[in-house]
Write a protein that binds this ligand. Structure first.
Ligand code: NDP
Length: 248
């Protein structure tokens, strides 16, 4: 991880769950980490919970990634204050349960605007920063097993019906970015992390109760990010699918 010392990692959705776990691990690994999220109080709580000697490496910026102008402002601030972006972890995401056919289109739009467009806004700006500075950076997409299969593993569970298309589209965004960067002669790496169920706030208590111990922890996903980052410059981890042992 030596080559990432003091390099700048931006994590969307760093205020809880997987994003917060990634922030903790990357700050401990010596990176400067910018956490983006809407809940400023939770970002501040995360900063306070870091060991004192690591705290100055965590920077927070309130940002709703579904709003392009807010993403623009956040990335302008990062360029100005920290000099550019070396790692992006597209992690911010929401779930609104229920059947796609019956759900108000406004709600479906909100999911797509956050999970898909939010990642596209951040990716374009981060890739731009890396290419301008000729940095061999790393773009991550925190996707989902739902984004790989494109359908729900359990027909009786409607919690992911409208979420699944947003993540399936993210699989395409990742692959297109990977190919475009190669065409441009860039050495920027891209990695999709596809977890099954993870014990975070996004998962309803009822689902957690059903899963019992067959569930990943946020730190398991953060460790996968760290592994992909630690590979040598010539090697790229394209996809990591993680499931709890025993999960279908
Ligand atoms: P959490 O609910 O704990 O985290 C979601 C994060 O996204 C929060 O930090 C939240 O911050 C942020 N977020 C949501 N909407 C926005 C927005 N408009 N702008 C900025 N930030 C936003 O759940 P997870 O940690 O589990 O989720 C992280 C990612 O992992 C998501 O993309 C999710 O789809 C994915 N994932 C999760 C799985 C699971 O089982 N938990 C399984 C597979 C994938 P705030 O509310 O403060 O804005």
């Amino acid at each position: 991880m030596d080559r990432w010392q003091n390099r700048v990692a931006v994590i969307s959705g760093a205020s809880s769950g997987i994003g917060a776990a990634c922030a903790r691990l990357l700050v401990a690994a010596g990176l400067q980490v910018v956490g983006l999220a809407r809940r400023t109080d939770r970002l501040e709580k995360l900063r306070q919970s870091l060991p004192e000697d690591q705290r100055t490496r965590f920077h927070q910026h309130t940002c709703d990634v579904s709003q392009e102008s807010q993403v623009d402002n956040a990335f302008e601030w990062i360029e100005r204050e920290l000099g550019g972006i070396d790692v992006l972890i597209n992690n911010a995401g929401i779930v609104l349960g229920g059947q796609l056919i019956d759900m108000p289109t406004k709600d479906i739009g909100h999911i797509l605007q956050t999970n898909l467009m939010g990642s596209i806004y951040c990716t374009k700006l981060a890739a731009g920063s890396m290419r301008r500075r000729q940095v061999a950076g790393h773009l991550f997409f925190v996707n989902s097993t739902a984004g790989v299969a494109g359908y729900k593993p359990d027909p009786a569970d409607e919690s992911l019906n409208a979420y699944t298309p947003s993540k399936f589209a993210l699989t395409a965004v990742h692959e297109i970015c990977r190919q475009e960067l190669i065409q441009k002669g860039s050495k920027i790496k891209t990695t999709s992390i596809n977890p099954g169920w993870v014990a975070t706030e996004i998962v309803p208590d009822e689902t957690k109760a059903k899963l019992g111990e067959v569930i990943l922890q946020a730190d398991d996903v953060a460790q996968a990010v760290l592994y992909a980052l630690s590979t040598p410059p010539h090697a790229q981890v394209e996809q990591i699918t993680l499931r709890a042992v025993g999960e279908y």
